[in-house]
Ligand binder design. Structure first.
Ligand code: SF4
Ligand code: SF4
Length: 195
């Protein structure tokens, strides 16, 4: 018989963590960064302007990476939300270029692994494509391309009213404006593609 205030013992399932050092080494090789040097000081997370929108904040992602937890890392929205501002890279006392690690994860991520990652990959591609063509983002083109690829014609039709309203108010431009330095921007993209 149990008296008042005596709690029943509960069985708590402890998740089994299976490290995958081969995958961690692959990320380290591609990024050129030693993620195992991270000692969890949290300076990256504390300075990250996008941490509020991440489901796994940067220092936690680095820990998962060090353990080689491939599916956990690739299921996170962290590297898609990352704005590549490099604040974390500047703050890391171990000299880890975390922003580059995020970029590597974007490249390694398989679109389709989770719907959020797939849509983020589409947005990333439309955003960069627009900058490559015009030297700066043409919002109407980017949003149209993104909506069409992520939601199809039905999604595009759903958004038409909003788009027309924004065009009427001058919030969106019908035609892209080009930067004077568009050739240099195209050159940057060419150099990046060549690696
Ligand atoms: S590069 Fe990405 S992860 Fe690093 S501070 Fe900026 S937004 Fe955060
Ligand atoms: S700042 Fe560097 S050492 Fe500190 S938690 Fe982030 S990655 Fe790890």
């Amino acid at each position: 018989m149990s008296g008042a205030g005596v709690k029943m013992t509960e069985t708590v399932a402890v998740p089994v963590v299976v490290p995958n050092s081969a995958w961690r080494r692959e990320v380290e090789k591609r990024s050129g960064q030693k993620v195992t040097a991270c000692y969890q000081c949290e300076k990256c997370t504390n300075g990250c302007p996008a941490a509020f929108a991440m489901d796994t904040v940067p220092h936690r992602l680095m820990r998962q990476l060090a353990l080689g937890l491939e599916s956990e890392v690739l299921a996170a929205n962290t590297f898609w939300v990352c704005a590549s501002c490099e604040t974390c890279t500047t703050r890391c006392p171990n000299g880890i270029d975390i922003a580059h690690v995020m970029d590597t994860l974007r490249q390694l991520s398989l679109p389709g692994a989770n719907p959020a990652a797939k849509n983020a990959a589409i947005l990333n591609s439309e955003f960069l494509g627009s900058i490559r063509r015009h030297g700066r983002v043409h919002e109407l083109e980017m949003v149209t391309g993104y909506t069409l690829k992520s939601e199809g014609i039905a999604g595009l039709l759903r958004q038409t009213g909003v788009g027309l309203g924004m065009l009427r108010k001058g919030k969106l431009k019908l035609l892209p404006s080009k930067l004077r330095g568009v050739k240099q921007v195209k050159g940057i993209f060419r150099r990046v593609v060549k690696g």
